[in-house]
Design a protein. Structure first.
Length: 143
């Protein structure tokens, strides 16, 4: 069966391996970005988006800098994801306040990352806990 995502109108992949998606607010641009995530990364994007949607009532979604962002009205963005050639990077924009800390530090104060590589899958329990915590904290750049 052919992959429904492989069409001539598919977004171009950047040199990093991330889909190039125009800036936009709402569900449609985020789903366009997730649909364009290549290979195994697509399933990670689908799972992460579903978790955030299920766990965060009234979550705001947008694409900025070719990246799906998730936020809460009045508190700002708390999470985004980006595809690299060998991993999907989940960025917790207020990750320095999460317990336990996501494993990868950033040069940007307060930001922490989780890099998911092929075959690792998503630790739903851990990710759910971080999403709940992150969405309840002040985020980055209120809308």
């Amino acid at each position: 069966m052919a992959d429904e995502r492989s069409t001539t109108s598919s977004p171009k992949l950047l040199s990093s391996g991330n889909p190039q998606i125009h800036k936009g607010d709402g569900e449609q641009p985020v789903q366009q970005c997730i649909t364009a995530m290549p290979g195994w990364k697509h399933e990670i994007g689908v799972q992460l988006d579903a978790l955030v949607t299920d766990l965060v009532q009234g979550v705001r979604k947008a694409v900025r800098w070719n990246t799906p962002f998730y936020g809460v009205e009045g508190r700002g963005w708390f999470l985004c994801m980006y595809c690299y050639k060998r991993h999907v990077q989940v960025s917790f924009l207020n990750g320095g306040s999460l317990k336990p800390l996501p494993p990868v530090a950033s040069k940007q104060q307060g930001v922490r990352y989780l890099n998911i590589r092929e075959g690792e899958g998503l630790d739903v329990e851990r990710m759910s806990d971080w999403i709940r915590q992150a969405s309840a904290l002040p985020g980055e750049a209120v809308f």
